[in-house]
Design a protein around this ligand. Sequence first.
Ligand code: DC
Length: 238
Amino acid sequence: MVGKVPIITIDGLGGSGKTSIASQLASELGWYVLYSGLFYRYLAYCQKNMTFAIHGDYEISDSLRDSLLNLRCRVNQSGDVVCLLANEDLSMVLSSESIGRDASLLAGIPRIREQLLGIQRRFVRPPGLIAEGRDMARVVFPSALVSIYLFADEEVRVQRRFRQLNRCGNDVKIDQVALMQSKRDARDRSQAFKKMDERDGVILLDTSKLSMDAVKARIYRALSEKGIIVNQPIDAIA
Ligand code: DC
């Protein structure tokens, strides 16, 4: 099944726009979407609630794996992730900077990454999957049909993150966001995230310069070059 179902991977640092692009593509194409960062965030939330990683035990139990598989996430019209588990709304708690930091710390533990591999790959379902994160192209889905790497100027990413946190009810100052983001970027770069380039067959797109529509148009063009017919207006894929 994994070999036949088309996969688009979208990797990038926090604030690069990958969540918004992934969700818009998923709804336009009618494909499934995997927000892999939420897995690390959910594990961090469980760690905080003392239901995971107690005394350095990083084994993901069957029930925790089921919870990860049952997290229901979508992006609302403002571009924020709404995340439900058995009707409990976890959106605000999972979006916080402190959970982001703890998620990034847990993401540095190889045993955790190893166990999440199989769980993430279970999201591959027809008609297609859009997988966003840090290591989607390099590690989780190296045979993806189209791989995208999004980047943006640091100030632009900080502004986006600041606006998102405030919209979600997190009362933070922009300097705090900038500081936490630069620490998290440094950690993510050293453990999960390796910058890829065209030589790896990855399409690089700068979202500080390109509009959402331009980014999507480039991805639709890549899909059509791979023989995937997309029902988009012809000028959008030109
Ligand atoms: O994308 P995000 O901000 O929701 O991700 C939270 C943290 O999880 C991020 O700082 C690094 C980690 N992460 C990772 O290591 N690998 C992924 N595929 C996704 C996220």
